[in-house]
Design a protein around this ligand. Structure first.
Ligand SMILES: C[S@@+](CC[C@H](N)C(=O)[O-])C[C@H]1O[C@@H](n2cnc3c(N)ncnc32)[C@H](O)[C@@H]1O
Length: 239
């Protein structure tokens, strides 16, 4: 069970050893209420990548969506509220982000959200083929220095993994306000044979779609005009 101790979790230690996780896990001290929710609510909602994904949701859940780096969780909660038949898995290693999501969830009757306090790559690596109906990566850490680009979440190898776990026809949604992450991501997505861009004109990526609520980062910390990308996992069978 995750705790608020200063020691990194086993999942975090594994990720750091494999060079996967770079951001900070600890931030400001949690309030009494937040620490309490970690002890009581988090174990109930914790997602375990080693277990069958559907078995961790009620039977009413027919499809799984994953958001990596949910921040404070407002987008995740909004999606879960709109679509009770979808199981929303959220990954976030930042302790305060998880605490903020728990606070949002405690007064709600939602039973279709599961939380992984760790590296989203661990979830993706463990998912069965064609098991995910949608994937969200919203305002990921930009890592602007060229020597740090390898730390960016969206890599060609990650797109291979996402193409494996997404159901043919499923959507990948990506947002950034970073001038250099935008072409970096677009170049890799457009080059990938198993993803196709759903935009038909500039408005499709310059304006936020109606079923895509603003995140905390977007409302508080945005650095420049955001871009909203919707790609589809191609339904074509390619070797
Ligand atoms: C710039 S913040 C954006 C948060 C949120 N998506 C938003 O728009 O408000 C990026 C977030 O991604 C998280 N993150 C970074 N690497 C991650 C990883 N490998 N797996 C899951 N979350 C990650 C960070 O902890 C951070 O909260």
């Amino acid at each position: 069970m995750p705790t608020s101790s200063k020691l990194p979790s086993e999942a975090e230690q594994r990720s750091r050893q494999r060079g996967l996780l770079y951001g900070r896990r600890k931030g400001p001290k949690l309030s009494e209420r937040q620490s309490g929710l970690r002890r009581t609510l988090l174990p109930e909602l914790a997602y375990d990548p080693a277990k069958d994904p559907f078995s961790q949701f009620p039977n009413s859940v027919k499809e799984l969506w994953l958001e990596v780096g949910f921040g404070a969780g407002e987008h995740l909660v909004w999606q879960a509220e709109q679509r009770s038949e979808i199981g929303l898995i959220g990954a976030e290693p930042y302790e305060m982000g998880v605490a903020k999501l728990l606070t949002k969830l405690q007064d709600k009757t939602l039973n279709n959200v599961r939380i992984f306090e760790g590296d989203g790559r661990e979830i993706i690596a463990a998912l069965p083929d064609a098991s995910l109906g949608r994937f969200f990566l919203l305002f990921p850490d930009p890592w602007p220095k060229t020597r740090h680009h390898k730390r960016r979440f969206l890599q060609a190898s990650m797109l291979d993994e996402l193409a494996r776990v997404l159901v043919p026809g499923a959507e990948l949604r990506f947002a950034t306000d970073d001038k250099s992450y935008l072409p970096y991501a677009l170049e890799r997505l457009l080059a990938h044979p198993k993803f196709e861009w759903l935009a038909t004109g500039p408005q499709d990526w310059l304006a936020r779609p109606a079923d895509w609520p603003p995140t905390r980062y977007e409302t508080k910390a945005i650095k420049g005009p955001p871009a909203f990308f919707r790609f589809r996992r191609t339904a074509k069978v390619t070797p």
